[in-house]
Design a protein around this ligand. Structure first.
Ligand code: HEC
Ligand code: HEC
Ligand code: HEC
Ligand code: HEC
Length: 145
């Protein structure tokens, strides 16, 4: 009888010991489970280029908790975690430099502008340059993706 109890106690001791070791040695806490309903997806639609990559909310809203309604906008750092650097983006649209109409490397600001001066994810983007140059330069009359 006594032996069984000691064994049981020892068993618990072992299990809790291993568990606390595991928890203690874990470098990062597991990411919270974010429940995404069809309604939420409809409320926060993605741009087609991101949608077709099947991005999850947390691919952009990383470490913003588990309540999707309370996610916050992501800044340049968020976009650039995948899109590299502002200079890299400027170089990709280099063919527009000839007319000085590269939105990523403008004659006014160079490659310094914030992404959200033009690009939005859940709503229509808006090329800030057009607020002043609405009709001058046809090459960036395409809608901002
Ligand atoms: C998790 C990674 C990731 C994040 C974060 C991300 N993107 Fe993307 N994005 C991609 C990938 C991958 C593509 C498709 C490949 C490509 O064109 O580079 C893409 C495509 C795009 C395109 C279309 C490219 C084209 O050729 O038409 C635009 C515009 C864009 N992203 C802007 C943004 C902006 C602005 C942000 C920040 C709000 C952002 N992305 C955040 C990965 C990401
Ligand atoms: C001044 C407005 C403006 C700003 C600021 C801006 N973009 Fe753009 N971006 C555009 C426009 C306009 C296009 C489409 C150009 C074209 O006609 O192909 C574009 C195209 C893109 C593309 C697709 C072309 C490519 O290079 O692959 C990506 C990706 C992109 N932007 C990401 C970003 C990110 C990330 C930031 C912030 C670092 C940013 N943009 C800042 C206006 C802007
Ligand atoms: C490709 C990156 C990306 C993905 C994926 C993404 N978001 Fe966003 N989210 C943004 C950006 C950028 C903003 C800033 C506002 C905007 O651009 O529309 C934002 C803003 C938000 C906001 C704040 C809105 C406000 O008015 O302040 C909420 C809430 C949100 N997103 C929820 C979601 C949900 C839910 C999902 C998944 C269904 C999701 N997001 C997927 C980039 C993303
Ligand atoms: C607040 C208004 C405003 C915004 C926004 C703006 N510009 Fe300008 N831009 C001007 C003015 C004013 C001039 C000088 C016009 C002139 O000399 O005739 C100018 C001049 C230019 C020129 C030189 C034209 C020439 O005659 O050589 C280019 C190219 C240009 N802008 C591109 C851009 C780009 C790209 C963006 C977006 C990143 C942008 N602008 C945003 C007001 C603006």
């Amino acid at each position: 009888m006594g032996n069984k109890k000691t064994l049981l106690a020892l068993g618990f001791f072992l299990i809790f010991g291993v568990m606390s070791l595991l928890i203690g040695s874990e470098a990062t806490p597991p990411s919270p489970v974010v429940k995404i309903t069809p309604e939420l997806k409809e409320k926060f639609p993605l741009k087609p280029h991101h949608e077709k990559l099947s991005f999850k909310c947390v691919d952009c809203h990383a470490e913003q908790g588990d309540d999707p309604e309370n996610f916050k906008a992501i800044d340049d750092k968020g976009c650039l975690s995948c899109h590299k650097t502002k200079q890299y983006l400027a170089d990709r649209l280099k063919f527009m430099d000839a007319l000085h109409v590269n939105p990523h490397n403008s004659i006014h600001d160079g490659p310094k502008l914030y992404c959200d001066e033009c690009h939005f994810e859940h709503k229509k983007s808006d090329n800030m340059c057009l607020s002043c140059h609405s009709n001058d330069v046809k090459i960036w009359m395409r809608p901002t993706p």
